[in-house]
Design a protein around this ligand. Structure first.
Ligand code: PRP
Length: 202
């Protein structure tokens, strides 16, 4: 049995389509169910940010998750394959015509990714007050909560519609196949076969 943690939403749907193509079966979660078991595969539907946790503690052998989440959580899991889907950028953003004043002794940045934010600015020796939010990050600079944001940009439409622009790009992200280190030893051939099959069906 291989247990696979999937992030709720489009990435889970796209991944299940890939598995459906590989195995010629229809992998679909019914209604509000969080576990889907077919033959030797068990899929878990979890929150995006929780995928590395399930894999790290071996509640799942493998998982599908964005590089942004992996970098933010920084848990010790194996990165096996870049699926090339779910592409986005992590950027520093600020209001159009109101760039972040980096000469200030400390800048205020609103984000749901405090680790990436601290890491990025500390490398540049810029003092930053990180304001942790859980969503609607783009609102923060508009109401004076922060000088700027660190957030995910996919189509760019949220930033555009809220009068924000990209200041700089921190990293590019896409969705990765990850594995628990112990599972990778004990179920190596199964996991490697799956990796090859996924690669062939992208
Ligand atoms: C993410 C991100 C941006 C938006 C970017 O938020 O935080 O707000 O998507 O996408 P776009 O460039 O295509 O407009 P999400 O939709 O996850 O909602 P949240 O703000 O509640 O986290």
């Amino acid at each position: 049995m291989i247990t696979i943690a999937l992030p709720k939403g489009r990435v889970a749907e796209d991944t299940l389509k890939i598995f459906s193509r590989i195995f010629g079966e229809n992998f679909v979660f019914s209604d509000r169910k969080l576990i889907l078991e077919i033959d030797e595969l068990r899929f878990l539907l979890v929150r995006n940010q929780d995928v590395p946790t399930y894999v790290y503690y071996q509640a799942a052998d493998i998982g599908i998750v964005g590089l942004d989440v992996l970098e933010e959580q920084n848990l010790d899991v194996l990165r096996l394959l870049d699926l090339g889907i779910g592409k986005c950028k992590i950027v520093v953003g600020s209001e159009i015509n109101k760039p972040i004043d980096y000469t200030k002794s400390q800048i205020k940045i609103a984000t749901k990714m405090p680790k990436i934010t601290r890491g990025f600015f500390s490398k540049k020796a810029i003092a930053v007050d990180v304001i942790k939010l859980y969503g609607s990050i783009e609102l923060a600079p508009l109401v004076g909560l922060a000088d700027g944001i660190v957030d995910i940009v996919e189509t760019g439409s949220t930033m555009r519609q809220n009068n924000l622009e990209i200041d700089q790009v921190i990293m590019e992200s896409s969705v990765f196949l990850i594995a628990n280190k112990n599972s990778f030893l004990t179920k190596k051939s199964k996991i490697l076969t799956l990796q090859e099959q996924i690669k062939a069906h992208l």
